[in-house]
Design a protein around this ligand. Structure first.
Ligand code: CS2
Ligand code: MG
Length: 402
């Protein structure tokens, strides 16, 4: 089966998505997510100019070989743009292979290891009271695991707190808006949130929290230790991890489970973290970590070191990424949890999908392939709109991590 055409489709049904469609001479096609939040058109140019022309005429069934061709063959390895482009092609090729086999993708990845994929939803409020109410809403919706974020007194806006409680959207402006950050205000406030949540809801619900790369290792150790009585499922992205060894300090000071990985592109971003047992959950995902092929390798490596999966599933990862991720989540042995932020109705119309939510779990469905398609006519109604994540500054005006 030969690759005859590779199309990149950009659409903005409430937010931007980039989708790759790989067509073959046998009429089968596959799709892959190529969305890199705030850098969408860089990936489009990479795919259109530097990937698509090279793959025309290749055998669509040679997934591993094409992956290595794009990774090794280009000389410039890794990086978010490259690995997102590779991921999109890889996901589309797995979609084609599973459709050709007339099987849901999880069958080709080893079959089902579980009956459903436990997900966590996002509860957030401007203050602790509102976050408590939001957690209650998610429990009523049947969620078994809930991430809780709250506004911090003295900071006008805070990461993770959104106006629209149903559909969280972090890329909020056509040029980056500026937020104010204070580590001391944050560190003082966050244990109060979890104290209140556990007193209200007890210990049966899983609670998670995202620091979004805001602390130093010793600060993260202190926060992790302060949160130990509240038994978090995980503390996410406590420290930026360009320097993986920094997590040794965090680990020495707290037993709160640690998760990281949404900005990782390859095994080389997390090799020491996994090998040295410095984390508990690896949160890399299909679209930004080289597709189904490479993420499966990361997860299998993690399994050897008692590290479980916890894939990123924010709204800026398209339903195509979610579909593919759910097949992997279903098949691997060391699955932990999957993030699930609902997409808007417009987005769901552009991307019809077989996956569905029931009683705290997502299910990938049983249609051949990864079960997600794109309606190109509806997609064409929503042209690209430039959008950025905010940036963060401290009170003295200096730049900080977003
Ligand atoms: C996040 C995201 O879902 C998460 O855990 O940290 O909100 C993240 O900020 C965005 O996906 C960035 O594009
Ligand atoms: Mg996060």
């Amino acid at each position: 089966m030969k690759i005859t055409r590779i199309k990149t489709i950009v659409t903005c049904p409430d937010r931007n998505f980039v989708t790759v469609k790989v067509e073959t001479d046998e009429g089968l096609y596959g799709i892959g997510d190529a969305t890199l939040n705030g850098r969408e058109l860089a990936v489009v140019a990479y795919l259109d100019e530097h990937v698509a022309p090279c793959l025309i005429g290749m055998d669509a069934g040679r997934i591993e070989d094409i992956w290595q061709y794009l990774y090794r063959g280009c000389y410039w390895r890794r990086g978010a743009v490259t690995m997102t482009a590779i991921a999109a092609i890889d996901t589309a090729l797995w979609d084609i292979k599973a459709k050709a086999a007339n099987m849901p993708l999880y069958q080709l990845l080893g079959g089902k290891s579980r009956d459903g994929v436990m997900v966590y939803g996002h509860a957030n409020g401007v203050d602790i009271e509102e976050t408590v109410d939001e957690v209650a809403k998610y429990m009523d919706l049947g969620y078994l695991a809930i991430r809780a974020q709250t506004g911090i007194p003295g900071l006008p806006t805070t990461y993770g707190v959104s106006e629209d409680k149903m559909y969280y959207e972090p890329a909020d402006a056509s040029l980056p808006s500026t937020a104010l950050w204070s580590t001391s205000k944050y560190m003082h406030h966050i244990p109060q949130l979890f104290d209140r949540l556990r007193n209200t809801f007890g210990f049966d619900v899983h609670l998670l929290h995202d620091v979004h790369h805001r602390l130093t290792p010793i600060e993260a150790g202190r926060v992790g230790k302060a949160l130990e009585p509240y038994d978090l499922f995980w503390l996410e992205d406590a420290v930026p991890a360009e320097n993986q060894a920094a997590f040794r300090t965090v680990r020495q000071h707290t037993t709160t489970p640690l998760a990281i990985g949404e900005v990782f592109n390859s095994i080389w971003d997390c090799k020491e973290l996994i090998e040295e047992g410095l984390i508990d959950y690896i949160r890399a995902t299909v679209v930004h970590a080289g597709g189904v092929s490479h993420l499966k390798k990361i997860f299998d490596f993690a399994a050897m070191h008692h590290v479980r999966s916890g894939s990123h599933g924010a709204t800026d990862l398209s339903p195509v990424c979610m579909g593919a991720a759910l097949h992997l989540d279903t098949a691997i042995y060391n699955f932990g949890i999957q993030e699930y932020m609902r997409h808007t109705e417009k987005t769901d119309d552009v991307f019809p999908h077989s996956y569905y939510f029931s009683k705290g779990y997502l299910h990938p469905g049983d249609v051949p392939g990864h079960g997600v398609d794109i309606d190109e006519d509806i997609a064409a109604k929503y042209p690209y709109q430039r959008a950025f994540l905010p940036v963060n500054r401290l009170a003295d005006g200096s730049m900080f991590n977003w």
